[in-house]
Ligand binder design. Sequence first.
Ligand code: NDP
Length: 311
Amino acid sequence: MSARILDGNKIRDEILKDLQKEIQEMKQAGVVPGLAAVLVGDNPASQIYVRSKVKTCESLGLFSEKIEPPTASTTQDLLDLVDSLNNRDEIDGILIQLPLPPQVDSKKVLEAVDPAKDVDGFHPVNIGYLVSGRPGPVPCTPAGVIEIIKRSGVEMKGARAVVVGRSDIVGKPTAMLLMHNHATVTICHSRTRDLPGVAREGDILVAAMGKAAYVTGNFIKPGAVVIDVGQNVLKTEEEVRRVFHDPTQALQKLAAKGQVLVGDVQPEDALEKAGAYTPVPGGVGPLTITMLMVNTVQAAKARRGVRGAAA
Ligand code: NDP
């Protein structure tokens, strides 16, 4: 068997095309959705993430502002900044790029964001909305997982879904969304007994654990839909050889780029055993920023009273 590839880049393009239409309509009504991205410190990965978020805003014609407070900022400095962003009408979404420096109380800062502008969906008020199935911003990566499943024509209703990982930003919200879509959901974590056996019960298997290629063939029910959220960077030949059964292509990539991105699922096993599979890269990854854009547009609609909020 060779799994159907669920192409995240294609699904991203579909969503952005629809979103672009909505943005045009909003502009005609005099509303330009705006996103403020707050980046503290010089974490290289955070810099890349924020740059691509701002770039995506620009390409869609959204207003965006990158704010870079000094690395030595205190909790109070950031609370003051959040307060000023909460009060600016042209800012619909506030994104606090994590991690914040160690001297900052991240929870306090995130909780200070106006829930109506919380486009990451991390605020406890919005988590409450998510749990109770009420409308509100949904964390971007889990929202992307559901978009991939829906737009690929995979039936969630009645399916057995297994989510490996119980983090607040990926595992838990993904499980909640699958349940709201009428799947029967099992959440696994590091203390789960017989993880391969439990994972094999999944018609839909979501891997979000942060362990390169940990989910191997014996975790996968033949024909299952496997969604790989993991993003792990391999930097040495030894790591590449450990992960891939046939490392030829990955070694070429390593030589050319100095690193190889791999998910939490062993890709060759997934291709052989799954019915459908999101590759890494090119699966879930492209959806995360896309759903941030969707959340920003929805926040603008909800807050500024534009009719016809997005689905
Ligand atoms: P966390 O480290 O916060 O959570 C990992 C979860 O996996 C924990 O619940 C942990 O269990 C569980 N876990 C770890 N090891 C095992 C194991 N051996 N067996 C069973 N469960 C295990 O990670 P995140 O949720 O933030 O991210 C998960 C992955 O998704 C990462 O690879 C990350 O890079 C990727 N990611 C990708 C994004 C994208 O845009 N595609 C966005 C965000 C994340 P326990 O709770 O018991 O410790």
